[in-house]
Design a binder for this molecule. Structure first.
Ligand SMILES: [Cu+2]
Length: 147
């Protein structure tokens, strides 16, 4: 194996590793998520979490707020400044919630399962094809006739 081919293969491995790293969402490494209640808004307004994730809301405003599910599944009651409320999402779906005293304050928790985040079967052939084409190019370059 010549040096150029070896270098190309190493590059290919690094590229593959890089692509697989990009595919993973950093949020998946945590089973907790935090939302600030600040300036009469939930921040972030939408949290995307995995099934089983505990979301903690903390009221940073001087005014009292609540975290109340539209369907009544959870309700923090009034949170004073600095107080927190946590809820664990064990069901898949989108869960809209609001603040009872301030109906314009709304947010969503989107609860998904792990398979929604990992490359699905539809995506795998695309990735394989990309690596395959790169490998072919590498071999073609490495094996090209020289003077
Ligand atoms: Cu409020």
């Amino acid at each position: 194996m010549n040096k150029k081919l070896l270098a190309a293969l190493v590059l290919l491995c690094l590229l593959g590793f890089g692509l697989s790293t990009v595919a993973a969402d950093p949020d998946l490494n945590s089973d907790t998520e935090t939302v600030d209640i600040e300036n009469f808004a939930f921040s972030p307004n939408v949290v995307e979490v995995l099934e089983g994730t505990t979301v903690t809301w903390t009221n940073l405003d001087v005014d009292n707020h609540t975290v109340t599910a539209d369907d009544g599944a959870f309700d923090s009651g009034l949170l004073a400044q600095g107080e927190s409320f946590s809820y664990t999402f064990d069901t898949l779906g989108t869960f809209p919630y609001h603040c009872t005293p301030h109906t314009s304050m709304t947010g969503d928790a989107e609860v998904t399962e792990l398979s929604d985040w990992l490359p699905g079967e539809e995506e795998t052939p695309g990735f394989g094809l990309l690596v395959g084409l790169l490998s072919l190019s590498v071999v073609a370059i490495a094996l090209r006739p020289r003077d």
